[in-house]
Write a protein that binds this ligand. Structure first.
Ligand code: 0CH
Ligand code: SF4
Length: 335
């Protein structure tokens, strides 16, 4: 493995007459870019903040606005209250739906109750919802490639009538699927999947069901694929990789997998306090990245804690520049 940085000089300080500070070993940090917040996460968090500014606290949020405890706790401190189901929202209080999207029944129930709601579903998730509707109108049965139980999968299933969609989680599952009408299929995907695994599943589906309709590639979003590409770009130069993100964050977990499959041992951590220094023994070059729901402040926190034990040299490696920004809902534009 090549060392991308010159040998570090010991961090020992020598105040007049020398001092006994311990020598900190060298650690090169390769920090992936892009990493961290995507346009959909930025927008979703902003919607909650603006809703609180405009309507006053409390504002209810259905499900974690994005899968990150630090973000959720910061919004709680500003006046957000997080709940899982709409029936936990009192009458007369605004409610925001999370970035992952909701089944159609959720806004319908809110309207039935006369609740004011704001939908923070990422526009790229909403786009998949609209595709699902169109495919159902065309009479196609949809195979949804995604993770069972994930809120995005639940939200997308909730766009079509019961029985109109089948979940496919793996290529092996796609191999053994026996659809009722193999000539009348379509597929869609979750936005935060592994690019490589999803390509395998789609290859099986296209081979087995040549008339299947689907997006050109898949529905994995730009942010998910860019973050995975950035990990692939630095992985071979790293002895280990830390991914900052939450255990329930699909896109963050995929970054750990991508690094590990590339041969770099990788660990998901939520905060700097979770750094395992024993695990870092012998590591000279450490990769760092963050899932789309992890704020940059947590990356800095991790680097700062590493700097208490190592002589750090950090370098950001950008594999692609991101410029995506999503518009806010009209009702909040002037807030
Ligand atoms: O990666 P998942 O979908 O679990 O969600 P997250 O960690 O909250 O990241 C933001 C993506 C939200 C919807 O695509
Ligand atoms: Fe949107 Fe992709 Fe970000 Fe999800 S990860 S919020 S789909 S941009």
């Amino acid at each position: 493995m090549s060392d991308p940085f010159p040998p570090a000089t010991p961090a020992a300080t020598s105040a007049a007459g020398g001092d006994a500070s311990p020598v900190r070993p060298a650690l090169a940090l390769l920090i992936a870019a892009p990493r961290g917040f995507c346009a959909g996460v930025d927008r979703a968090i902003r919607i909650v903040e603006l809703a609180i500014e405009k309507h006053g606290a409390p504002v209810y949020v259905r499900h974690e606005i994005v899968h990150n405890k630090y973000v959720v706790d910061s919004l709680k401190a500003k006046g957000a209250i997080f709940i899982e189901e709409l029936d936990e929202v009192p009458d007369g209080v605004p409610v925001v739906f999370s970035a992952h999207g909701v089944p159609k029944s959720v806004p319908a129930d809110a309207e039935a109750r006369g609740l004011y709601y704001l939908d923070a579903t990422c526009p790229l998730v909403s786009k998949v919802h609209r595709q699902a509707e169109r495919l159902v109108e065309m009479g196609r049965h949809i195979l949804f490639i995604g993770h069972g139980g994930h809120p995005e999968a639940i939200g997308t299933f909730g766009q079509v009538p019961v029985g109109g969609m089948t979940l496919i989680e793996t290529a092996a599952h796609a191999e053994r699927l026996v659809p009722a009408d193999p000539d009348n299929l379509a597929f869609l995907t979750q936005t935060t999947l592994s690019v490589d695994d999803t390509a395998d599943v789609i290859a099986v589906l296209r081979h087995r069901f040549p008339s299947i309709l689907g997006p050109k590639g898949e529905d994995i979003c730009y942010a998910t694929s860019n973050r995975q590409a950035a990990v692939k770009a630095i992985g071979p130069q790293c002895d280990a990789m830390l991914v900052i993100g939450a255990p329930n964050s699909s896109n963050s977990l995929r970054l750990v997998e991508v690094a590990a499959r590339g041969g770099t041992k990788a660990k998901l951590i939520q905060r700097a306090t979770e750094i395992d220094f024993e695990w870092l023994a012998g590591v000279r070059t450490l990769g760092i990245t963050a899932g789309a729901s992890a704020p940059e402040v947590l990356v800095r926190e991790v680097v700062d804690r590493l700097a208490t034990r190592f002589t750090i040299e950090e370098r950001e490696v950008e594999s692609v520049a991101e410029t995506m920004v999503f518009k806010l809902p009209r009702s909040l534009e002037a807030a």
